[in-house]
Design a protein around this ligand. Structure first.
Ligand code: F6P
Length: 339
């Protein structure tokens, strides 16, 4: 009987449990495999901390946010503060053997897929599943978690419209996305943002200030500014506060800022994310059954495919920041701070 392990690593996101369920149920029911969860990302592999999974434990988790297995940002191929183990990859290899694992599914973002590839090269049978709210994993059209974060961010922007209108204010909202602008661009368009600032597009504060003043002159009483946390702001953190202050100084308009934060990562996944996560999970189990290792499952158009982990390198920012969507948003009057 084949024995497989599942771990989730990196920041959590809605849909991880749905994908664990997808892998587990397919592996147990369809292929008669034994399935164990590894606790807290790669840390669980160092500590041999495993959770045996069965059909009962996999029931009722489809709609649950977070990850029942726990997660961590522990990177086995990097020396990190407080490390007591000198050769972490070696210990992981040894524990993988001692646990009797035949394959390991690694659910995570870019960092996790990189680690997954290195472990594959060390001889482990690995299948990767991309997950992140940031939607920035190379090799797949979309990651689960993104649609949920987008839904939450859009709802937040909707709510800012009403209070912005009552007080005639400029409302600045900072959304997540790390170095990528997917959440900002999509929620900005869906929520009817007036200004959207993205890490992928250079912006000029004079242009931003002019857009807002012009709106004011056109008797549009309020404005919504959507800021990606990863924009170049001279500071690493607080992009929203930075932009809000600049606008206040340059326009004299009253501003307020909101940092949406971890709410974007919490709670139940949307139907689209539940479906995508389930498709990824079942497909990963199929890959193991076919002994197709060293791959990450991915969405391409309407299909789920596998891509070599070796090709999954680096971060995916908006594919073409100046592409169709940005242009269409410009037609709607959105200001990106460009000339
Ligand atoms: O990758 C998901 C994400 O929420 C990013 O949008 C954000 O920049 C980062 O994680 C926050 O990291 P942490 O969970 O370590 O605070």
């Amino acid at each position: 009987k084949m024995k497989i392990g599942i771990l989730s690593a990196g920041g959590d996101c809605p849909g991880i449990n749905a994908t664990i369920r997808g892998i587990g149920k397919t592996a147990i029911v369809e292929y008669g495999m034994e399935v164990v969860g590894i606790a807290n990302g790669f840390t669980g592999l160092l500590e041999k901390d495993v959770i045996p999974l069965n059909e009962q434990l996999l029931s009722g988790i489809l709609t649950l946010g977070g990850t029942i297995l726990g997660t961590s940002r522990m990177k086995p191929f990097k020396q990190q503060e407080g490390d007591i183990v000198s050769d972490k990859p070696q210990l992981i290899k040894q524990n993988y053997k001692e646990l009797g694992l035949d394959a390991l599914v690694c659910i995570g973002g870019n960092g996790t897929q990189e680690t997954a590839n290195l472990l594959y090269k060390e001889g482990l049978n690995i299948v990767g599943i991309p997950k992140t709210i940031d939607n920035d994993v190379w090799g797949t059209d979309v990651t689960f978690g993104f649609d949920t974060a987008l839904t939450i961010a859009t709802e937040a922007i909707d709510r800012l419209h009403t209070t912005a209108n009552s007080h005639k204010r400029v409302m600045v909202i900072e959304v997540m996305g790390h170095h990528a602008g997917w959440i900002a661009l999509h929620s900005g368009i869906a929520g009817g943002g007036d200004v959207i600032l993205l890490p992928e597009l250079d912006y000029d504060m004079d242009v931003v200030a002019n857009c807002l003043i012009e709106r004011n002159q056109k008797k549009k009483p309020y404005s919504i500014v959507v800021v990606a946390e990863g924009i170049k702001s001279g500071k690493k953190k607080n992009a929203g506060a930075y932009i809000s202050k600049k606008i206040r100084k340059m326009t004299g308009l009253e501003t307020r800022e909101t940092v949406l934060g971890y709410i974007q990562r919490g709670g139940s996944p949307t139907p689209a994310d539940r479906i995508l996560a389930t498709r990824y999970g079942t497909y990963a189990a199929q890959m193991i059954h076919q002994e197709n290792y060293g791959v990450m499952v991915a969405a391409r158009g309407n299909d789920i495919v596998s891509v070599p982990l070796d090709e999954v390198g680096g971060r995916l920012r908006l594919v073409e920041p100046d592409s169709g969507l940005v242009q269409k948003a410009r037609y709607m009057g959105v200001c990106f701070g460009g000339k």
